[in-house]
Design a protein around this ligand. Structure first.
Ligand SMILES: [Zn+2]
Length: 130
């Protein structure tokens, strides 16, 4: 995809980048940059528009120089691993059966034969007890 009209980016709102490192730091913080056509954009927007882009040109040093800032220089931390799902006890399952209210496998509250808004079935459904 062409980056014509999108790069080189410049710092927006009167911010200045004297070095490429400063530009990269602001890019990492998702601060706004301006495109040659005057649009405001930032790393998240660009990453959405150009999912495979690894770097983009920016101007710095009073717009004298250009260089590349990298999309992957500061990867967001991986999401926390979900805690291992533990199957509810028979006693708990019995209660749910009896109460008419059940827990879905993702922890939502659902009807015993229901599925929550996230598409997770109740434990009773999941375990084939209903
Ligand atoms: Zn849910």
């Amino acid at each position: 995809m062409s980056l014509f009209g999108t790069e080189p980016l410049t710092a927006a709102y009167g911010r200045k980048h004297m070095t490429l490192e400063e530009a990269q730091a602001d890019f990492n913080k998702d601060k706004d940059f301006q495109t040659p056509s005057g649009r405001y954009t930032n790393r998240s927007d660009l990453a959405k528009m150009y999912p495979h882009l690894e770097r983009i040109r920016v101007r710095f040093n009073e717009l004298e120089d250009t260089g590349y800032v990298l999309f992957k220089s500061e990867l967001k931390p991986e999401p926390e691993p979900k805690p291992a799902i533990t199957t509810p006890s028979d006693e708990q399952l019995g209660e749910w059966m009896f109460d008419g209210v059940c827990e879905a496998v993702d922890g939502c509250t659902v009807e015993p034969d229901g599925t929550c808004e996230h598409g997770s079935p109740s434990w009773l459904l999941q375990l084939g007890m209903i």
